[in-house]
Design a protein around this ligand. Structure first.
Ligand code: BGC
Length: 478
């Protein structure tokens, strides 16, 4: 039987807005998600919000017990900026917010679970949104200030940090194609402005850690991007090129500046957006430019390559999307094969080979860096069953694909299930469930119940093998 290396780590992930609730308790300020869900409930499929969510803010001990039962090596969670700085700015510090995360971190460590902390997972302080959010270049410095208090308060115990989760989704879905807060619609413009500032925020925070904390704390700092696998149906040269172009102008947009040999945006992205901007009557490129100092600052600014993975797309080289837009700039039509096993999210099909191909591509493209899979999971429906065999099949396929990639030389050190428990799935509300634990959102106590996949994951972590065994309960003799 094939086995994961002894030092390979397994974990589960969540994020603050999706699980914590307590949206206005103990001095927490308002975030963009609080604001948008309250003001425009129609933007969320089931008109819900994260006011209570899984109520994890009040259920720390139960959550930790469940993590312990699972046997995970690490727990990836995020800090809510507005619990620490209620307005987003450092002149008002909320000690109760710091106390909450201190307690969580201490309890995790006492239970032998490593905290892997995301500093920013989409819940921007509303006050900062009112001055333009991520389209305002000052945000990079504001983020550094917020990151500094996180490193200062928690860095004696937290040794793995993620600055920012999924720059692409923040930029494209927040500022161009309105799927996520702040739901701006400014295609082909907002995304590149936001993306540029998100990258600078990450780079500056990384360098700040390096200068002010690294020698004392010795932690690792990285960024997490989402990567989709792309393949063609035709095998034609122009479509194969489109598959690469899509990856470069999606994942490469945020990874090339940090991990490529040359740094900066991918040349294909620079060339196309500069050219198309001109053709469209702009007298500047819609893609901002880094100064040489910024290129240098960003280059190498991540101690590991972290990514989330949910999609495989079929692609064709074809004029696509409105002008201007990211889709049109890429010139790639992406779609899915309807015969691939569906989930509750239309384009999240079950395609485990995509993960293996992504890992092999990253190895070649970026010189085999240390890679951590920091999210991957099965999207169930609102009535996702406790006997979630479809999720177990998904896990067998995807975790097996990671193992195969390792056996073929990919330097992967961690895998993370999204998600620890059912939670607020952004614009889909509670209609889409990813949890290993079921959460009853009608119960004021938010009862958690392990699904069969939780038992499966426990066994997988214990044996480090991907098997057909489907245990019926937790093994409590751990
Ligand atoms: C995000 C999570 C989200 C998950 C499933 C990722 O893009 O980081 O917050 O719940 O995908 O859609």
């Amino acid at each position: 039987m094939k086995k994961f290396p002894d030092n390979f780590k397994f974990g589960v992930a969540t994020s603050a807005y999706q699980i914590e609730g307590a949206w206005n308790e103990d001095g927490k300020g308002e975030s963009v998600w609080d604001n948008q869900c309250h003001t425009f409930p129609e933007k969320i499929a089931d008109r819900t919000n994260g006011d209570i969510a899984c109520d994890s803010y009040h259920k720390m001990d139960e959550d930790i017990l469940n993590l312990k039962r699972l046997g995970v090596h690490f727990y990836r969670f995020s800090i809510a900026w507005t619990r620490i700085y209620p307005t987003g700015l450092p002149n008002v510090i909320n000690q109760k917010g710091i106390d909450y995360y201190n307690l969580l971190i201490d309890k995790l460590i006492a239970n032998n679970i490593e905290p892997l902390v995301t500093i920013y997972h989409w819940d921007l302080p509303q006050k900062l949104q009112e001055i333009g959010g991520w389209t305002n270049p000052i945000m990079a410095d504001y983020f550094v200030s917020y990151a500094r208090i996180c490193f200062k308060s928690f860095g004696d115990r937290v040794k793995k940090w993620i600055t920012i989760n999924e720059p692409y989704q923040i930029s494209e879905y927040g500022y161009s194609y309105p799927l996520f807060a702040p739901f701006y619609k400014f295609t082909g413009i907002g995304c590149y402005l936001a993306g540029h500032n998100v990258l600078l925020a990450h780079g500056k925070a990384y360098r700040m850690y390096e200068k002010e904390f690294k020698s004392k704390q010795g932690g690792k700092v990285g960024i997490v991007n989402e990567v989709a696998w792309t393949q063609t149906e035709t095998g034609k040269k122009e479509d194969e090129e489109a598959a690469i172009r899509y990856r470069q102008m999606y994942f490469g947009w945020f990874v090339h500046p940090i991990f490529s040999k040359a740094g900066d945006y991918p040349p294909i992205m620079r060339e196309r957006i500069d050219r198309l901007s001109k053709e469209q009557g702009f007298d500047y490129s819609r893609l901002p430019k880094f100064t040489p100092e910024e290129v240098e600052m960003l280059h190498g600014s991540s101690d590991f390559l972290g990514f989330n993975h949910y999609n495989t797309y079929l692609v064709k080289s074809e004029p696509y999307g409105q002008r201007p837009s990211v889709q049109h700039d890429r010139g790639v039509k992406n779609y899915v094969d309807e015969s691939w096993i569906p989930t509750s999210a239309y384009d999240f099909r079950v395609t485990p080979w995509g993960l293996k191909n992504v890992l092999k591509w990253i190895k070649e493209e970026y010189g085999n860096p240390e890679v951590m899979v920091l999210e991957n999971g099965y999207a169930g429906f609102a009535n996702d069953p406790i006997e979630d065999f479809a999720r177990i099949d998904f896990m067998k396929g995807y975790i097996g694909a990671v193992l195969d990639a390792i056996l073929e030389g990919c330097n992967v050190t961690a895998y993370t299930v999204w998600s620890f428990m059912d939670n607020f799935e952004w614009s889909s509300g509670y209609s889409c469930r990813f949890g290993l634990f079921h959460v009853d959102f009608n119960d004021p106590k938010r009862k958690r119940t392990p699904k069969r996949s939780a038992y499966y994951y426990q066994n997988l972590i214990k044996t480090k093998m991907v098997t057909d065994i489907k245990p019926e309960s937790f093994d409590h003799n751990l």
